[in-house]
Design a protein around this ligand. Structure first.
Ligand code: B12
Ligand code: SF4
Length: 505
């Protein structure tokens, strides 16, 4: 009889070159906390283990101490977590062969067939896992389980893959608040507010107030099936959650992590007016869309209101410095929107934090350079703004551009096991040699490192913080590269490797 669910959040396999910089505090894993809350509300015990907080041996021991004949283990995985998720599944099966293992999260959702064929995986739940997980536990507790009744389940029946109907939660107000109480939240909250320009650490908490996004970006996983449907929590629910978290964790800063926080202006107003009324005197940030600055959504009055309520940063995906490429991306924003947004936000001292990509199918090298130029231009418009990327474009199954890349010969790993073997360095799951649709992929990677070193050097200089010799060298290399737009001959990684070797000695 299954009485307890253990949700395991594996560590990411990434050796991002900024490893020598200690700003990496993991984000709060809202996905497994949402699952936990729902399953707990149905009377089961739930244990969460976020492996990122511990070394791998410790998290394994924590897990093994919890497993018995009454438990089921859930593994949550983005692509960069597959390797560790796989290793831990193998270790579970070796020690507790009868324990059932269910995988969920974005990677299994993108690759359900590969995942269910994985050697140590019993079940996969596609998309949002609450309803599926509950029904799976119920069925496993029956003498003759009927898995066809489990929403969104993928399973093997006599070696044949069965995929049940994908089910989304149509009204997320039906779900309980995520189980913040099941994690040591203090381990996530002590964060540097500005990422690069921070002078102190703020008690930060992540809150998710909606699911899905109605836009049509040709590269984004949100365009797949039910994710397109934007489903907000009522403002009153959000406000209650905020009250609860502030009382419990003495929060100083909130990150509204939704993909589309601003989906309904009246709802946003009700939330931020609550912050003002309660005199919480905290700061907050959220994701936004630059096109909302073109029309009359972000009016002067509205920007003033968000500022008054504590907004200090809006994050926006701008993606490209070429309007032609933005059309390929179906982003429904233009370069001018990014400029307008930066200018308007600058006026009220709200920082624009903009993300970019490179190596998009159909993009030319010149257009990629235009992206770099736009990034630098935005930084010039507001020297306080934060520019990030350009991250190397990665095709996700189910998206429009994925089909395009497939036509051009793109091949990714074919089994879960193969995913564990690829080098998930900076570009998360895609080797530059596998990119057939542009011939400047390595330069995109170098340019991302360049922008990072530029931002790091720039912000530290501007607050008179001392840089190490290596960081100074990297900063000047970055300046030179940005001046000449020369992103060949990647030497920065080598430099950091030498430094790391010397530090070890
Ligand atoms: C917030 C966020 C972050 C935050 C914090 C994430 C964290 N937990 O630490 C930050 C900024 C740190 C971040 C970083 C990154 N992120 Co991110 N992030 C998101 C974002 C916007 C929201 C995630 C979220 O909490 N959603 C809300 C909850 C409720 O949904 P959920 O987590 O998906 O969980 C549900 C289901 O997936 C499922 N489920 C999840 N786990 C399990 C387990 C089981 C057993 C079951 C049955 C079901 C199940 O049920 C849950 C509840 O319904 C998503 C986009 C999105 N909308 O999901 C991208 C997203 C997950 N990130 C993405 C990426 C690429 C990254 C980075 C690699 C970016 C980078 N280049 O550095 C890093 C690496 C993160 C990592 N852990 O590997 C991609 C993942 C793509 C992929 N194939 O892996 C996404 C999908 C964005 C995108 N469309 O490209 N991210
Ligand atoms: S990229 Fe952003 S705006 Fe576009 S569909 Fe995805 S979440 Fe929505």
């Amino acid at each position: 009889m299954i009485k307890k669910l253990i949700l395991f959040y594996p560590s990411s396999e990434s050796d991002f070159e900024g490893k020598d910089i200690d700003f990496e505090i993991p984000g709060i894993p809202i996905g497994i906390m949402s699952l936990a809350a729902y399953i707990e509300s149905k009377g089961y015990e739930v244990k969460l283990i976020d492996s990122r907080l511990y070394d791998k041996n410790t998290s394994k021991n924590m897990l093994f101490n919890e497993i018995n004949e009454e438990t089921i283990v859930g593994i949550s995985a983005t692509t960069s977590q597959v390797k560790h998720g796989y290793i831990i599944s193998k270790e579970i099966k070796n020690k507790f062969s009868k324990t059932k293992i269910v995988w969920g999260g974005i990677h299994p959702t993108l690759y359900p067939e590969q995942t269910i064929k994985g050697k140590y995986v019993d079940f996969v739940i596609n998309g949002e896992g609450e309803y599926g997980l509950l029904e799976l536990i119920k069925q496993l507790n029956l003498t003759t389980p009927d898995f066809s009744k489990v929403p969104s389940l993928i399973y093997l029946k006599r070696s044949k893959i069965i995929q049940n109907q994908l089910t989304f939660c149509s009204d997320i107000n039906e779900l309980p608040d995520p189980s913040y109480h099941l994690l040591e939240i203090e381990k996530y909250t002590n964060r540097e507010l500005y990422f690069y320009d921070m002078n102190k650490k703020y008690k930060t908490i992540d809150i998710n107030t909606s699911r899905g996004c109605p836009y049509r970006c040709s590269f984004c996983t949100n365009t797949i099936n039910g994710f397109k449907n934007w489903r907000p929590l009522d403002a009153k629910r959000v406000n209650k959650l905020i009250d609860k978290l502030i009382t419990k964790y003495k929060v100083e800063h909130i990150w509204f992590m939704d993909d589309y926080f601003f989906g309904n202006k009246e709802r946003v107003k009700e939330i931020i007016n609550h912050l003002i009324k309660k005199k919480y005197n905290l700061t907050w940030e959220a994701n936004a869309r630059a096109n909302l600055f073109r029309n009359n959504y972000f009016t002067k009055e509205f920007i003033k209101l968000i500022k008054k309520s504590g907004c200090i940063q809006l994050r926006m995906g701008i993606e490209s410095g070429s309007n032609r490429v933005l059309k390929i991306l179906k982003k429904d924003i233009f370069i001018d929107d990014a400029i307008t947004a930066t200018k308007k936000l600058k006026k009220y001292k709200i920082r624009s934090n903009m993300y970019f990509m490179g190596g998009i199918p159909g993009e030319t090298k010149e257009e990629f350079i235009q992206t770099i130029k736009l990034m630098i231009n935005l930084k010039k418009i507001d020297s306080n703004s934060l520019i990030q990327g350009p991250g190397l474009f990665r095709p996700y199954p189910g998206t429009e551009l994925y089909k395009e890349c497939k036509k051009l010969g793109f091949e990714e790993p074919k089994t879960l096991e193969e995913w564990t073997k690829i080098n998930l360095t900076n570009n998360f799951g895609i080797n530059e040699k596998d990119i057939q649709w542009v011939d400047f992929a390595p330069e995109v990677i170098t340019s991302e490192i360049t922008v990072f070193n530029f931002m790091y050097g720039h912000s530290n200089k501007s607050r008179n913080k001392k840089l190490s010799i290596t960081r100074i060298i990297l900063y000047y290399i970055a300046l030179l590269r940005l001046k000449t737009n020369f992103f060949k001959i990647p030497m920065e990684k080598k430099l950091l490797e030498i430094k790391q070797r010397m530090t070890k000695k």
